[in-house]
Design a protein around this ligand. Structure first.
Ligand code: S3P
Length: 169
């Protein structure tokens, strides 16, 4: 089994919830990259975007990922944009197994509609604007997400299936 397991996918795809469950099942450590960035920076993700901008956030995200690639027996829930910047997808594929939790724009909308204020990229959008935003950003991001070593139906996936995938990795 790979020593590092990266869960990737759009905001709201369930990376943190499923990642924590998977880690418990296989007795790996679990890390949520956004939380680790927040702890390190002593600021929330929206504060980082507000005060330093997205570019700085992406740099810190890459630095944290580089560090995590040194850890063993770890499940990592990545931020939705992480695979699409700074060569991070190649980095993750070279250092472990990557699992893409794939969901339709409509399914993502139903998950994200309630958490609009916590995420800087979707803050203040109406439901229609949010669906348009998800569709267009997902289209750009899928070329990175689809490079994952495994792709699963993020809407219906159960922890068991993830355990099976990583056991074969
Ligand atoms: C982002 C997703 C967020 C967080 C930041 C940017 C993105 O993580 O990293 O707000 O670019 O999609 P989640 O996918 O955990 O919401």
């Amino acid at each position: 089994m790979d020593s590092r397991i990266f869960l990737i996918g759009f905001m709201g795809s369930g990376k943190s919830t499923l990642g924590a469950q998977l880690a418990r099942r296989i007795d790996y450590q679990f890390v949520d990259m956004d939380l680790l960035i927040e702890e390190t920076a002593e600021m929330s993700v929206p504060e980082i975007f507000d005060e330093h901008g997205e570019e700085v956030f992406r740099k810190w995200e890459h630095d944290i990922l580089l560090e995590l690639c040194q850890s063993e027996k770890i499940v990592i829930s990545t931020g939705g944009g992480a695979p699409c910047h700074s060569g991070n997808m190649d980095l993750m594929n070279s250092n472990g197994c990557t699992i893409y939790l794939k969901l339709s724009p409509e399914a993502l909308l139903s998950r994200l509609i309630r958490s609009r204020t916590e995420r800087p990229l979707i803050k203040g959008k109406s439901e229609t604007e949010l669906l348009d935003f998800i569709r267009s950003l997902l289209e750009k991001r899928e070329k990175y997400y689809m490079l994952a070593s495994s792709i699963v139906d993020g809407f219906n996936v159960k922890t068991e299936e993830l355990v099976r995938i990583v056991s074969d990795s």
